[in-house]
Design a binder for this molecule. Structure first.
Ligand code: MN
Length: 304
């Protein structure tokens, strides 16, 4: 059995069953559509956790009817975008013709394959708290050149774990399985911890990232706050979480992604030449990405 490892266990030669202390990482701040976000992935020395390759956490912040996420049409290739809200509303529009409002507890999952474009805008009807995550998943060789697709999941499965309620976005936890598409073995879970703790079963072949969204999480002997995350190497079958005053955390996992990726702007590729091709197509407005119905104008690609 594994679990959180205290400093006393953090020896140079781990004992059998000891998979090292959680690696605590500070998010960096980035500006997305005028909103400050905490970006936990990618990091210089950690590009991916499973196939998860991009983790942005925004809010909580107060927004008016035209505030919050507001990003004009832009392209994606070689990745899936995963949107999950704790509070607020966002309108998704894409070049497949999808037009979908997402609300708390729901999931939007867009698979780019060779190429897709989308816009994310205020609904014009919502005022209040905005809080959520936007995540990217690198697509494997088998699907990254394939067709684009969009899924909206109105309801997600939930399971109680001790003092926590787990909402399964992607993958399976404790017999609660999400219907969301996964191109590689993945886990994405939002955990609402009441005062107390929870023991979360893990798949030992997966690596994991625990991202604090709200409150204070105690992992081993380390208190973690929003803006901090903890990376866990493969080999654990359990994770003990505590939150004396309650917390909301995002647990991401997956089998280590075997293919080295090149990330540039909104593209996940395998080479700089592929990135240049995608950029050229977007700038030319050819059929690869297609048009998006939006009041905003297209976002031009930056120079390489
Ligand atoms: Mn996007």
């Amino acid at each position: 059995m594994s679990g959180p490892v205290g400093r006393s266990d953090d020896a140079e030669t781990p004992a059998s069953g000891d998979h090292g202390a959680p690696e605590v990482v500070e998010a960096r701040q980035a500006d997305v559509g005028g909103m400050v976000v905490r970006r936990s992935l990618p990091r210089p020395r950690r590009r991916t956790v499973g196939a998860w390759c991009f983790v942005d956490h925004f809010g909580p912040l107060a927004v008016g009817p035209t505030g919050g996420i507001d990003i004009g049409p832009h392209p994606h290739a070689g990745l899936q975008t995963v949107t999950y809200l704790l509070d607020g509303e966002v309108l998704h529009r894409d070049s497949l013709g999808s037009e979908q409002v997402i609300r708390p507890g729901q999931l939007n999952l867009m698979s780019a394959g060779l190429g897709v474009a989308h816009a994310e805008e205020p609904t014009g009807h919502y005022s209040g708290r905005m809080h959520g995550v936007q995540l990217w998943v690198a697509q494997p060789e088998a699907t990254r050149g394939g067709p684009s697709a969009f899924e909206h999941h109105e309801q997600l499965p939930q399971v109680e774990l001790d003092d926590a309620v787990a909402t399964v976005l992607v993958g399976e936890l404790s017999a609660a399985a999400s219907d969301a598409r996964q191109d590689t073995p993945l886990l994405g879970v939002s955990l609402a911890l009441q005062r107390g703790g929870a023991s979360v079963p893990l798949t030992p072949s997966h690596e994991h990232l625990v991202v604090v969204l709200d409150g204070t999480l105690v992992l081993g002997d380390a208190p973690l706050h929003p803006g901090q995350s903890a990376y866990l190497r493969p080999g654990r079958d359990e994770l003990a979480l505590a939150a004396p005053d309650g917390a909301t955390v995002l647990l991401l996992g997956g089998e280590p992604f075997p293919e080295p990726i090149v990330m540039w702007w909104n593209f996940v590729a395998r080479s700089k030449d592929e990135v240049r091709e995608a950029r050229t197509s977007w700038e030319a407005g050819d059929d690869r990405f297609g048009p998006v119905t939006s009041g905003h104008s297209r976002i031009p690609a930056p120079e390489i």
